[in-house]
Write a protein that binds this ligand. Sequence first.
Ligand SMILES: [Zn+2]
Length: 383
Amino acid sequence: MLFKEIIGNSSIKTQLLESVKKNRVSHAQLFFGNTGSAKLALALAYAQYLNCENKTEFDSCGDCFSCLKHNNLTHPDLHLIFPVLKMQGSKTAISDNFVDKWRSFVLANPYASLNDWSEILENYNKTGKQLLIYKDEADVIHQKLLLKNFESPYRAVVIWMPEKMNLEASNKLLKLFEEPPKGIIFLLISNNPNKLLPTITSRLQKIKVPDFTHNDISTYLKKGKIGSEKTENILKNTTFDLGKIHKIENEQFEDLDFFEQFASWMRLSYKTDIRKISKWVDEISLVGRKHQQLFLSYAIKMARECLIFNFANHKLLKTSEKEQTFIKKFAPFIHEENSILIIEALEISIKSINRNANAKILFFELSLQIIRLLKVKRKLIVN
Ligand SMILES: [Zn+2]
């Protein structure tokens, strides 16, 4: 996350940047504020900035080795702790068990609430258990921090919703706050710091993150991802909870049907119809980045479905009728010789869009790759 991706909050950004410039980075900080404010986003941008190899006065570069890993929250020196469920059959109740899910949850909406997170885990939570941060977490982080730094000057431990720590976990973590290993910073992100042990809060540098202002939200909405009627309603009724607004946006995308766009792309690529492909590229380069990324994720899903169709007795799981008809015809062209390369090319493109690559060039080059890969012949025939 870059600071410039977060609207408003300019005085907090300045305060955070100054702390780095003046070499006064406190080893334990508490970002607190209401649901839907930028507290987690700011903490993540700060952690990224601390380790950016090419930082400017105002932001991380977004492109260095460290930033690339921070962009998808996979930096080995970024430890993520958040409330989880105790799973039956699992020895420890720790965030690592759910970390991939949490990463995609936060990347889709860094302003989302604890409620949103528990909805994601609903499938694992038939008995309606409360999400907590368990003592196992403190043991695991302790172990991890005993290891030397992997690759960067700082190691950041992000603890989202520390008020969900049980007493044992709190007491164990307190010890770490008291004698933090060198180069470690703890970033706690809380809705309700009053629920933390006073012995913990007294050791934290506190940063109150205000709600977004009317001005922030209207600037954001003017970028036009939501229709004007909805925009007006939000401005009238919302408490400026950006998490909710992101949710409305994401729901809009859920209704998008990528099938026609995908099917025609594959047909044109198969026929090597460069003229029409270039028209197709013009169209897709006009939609927003989020739309492009979701389209590519859909393409990955379809490529996988083709493979399942080839190998699993033609049984398809999560596809509509029109998708099935298409897959039946198209699956023979996606096989063990080219599927990994196709999926890789699509995944790389999603990442490049994240880094603001030029969409026209990207989709055109990707189409050429797909044309080439579709021509790869299958060696092994499976009945
Ligand atoms: Zn960087």
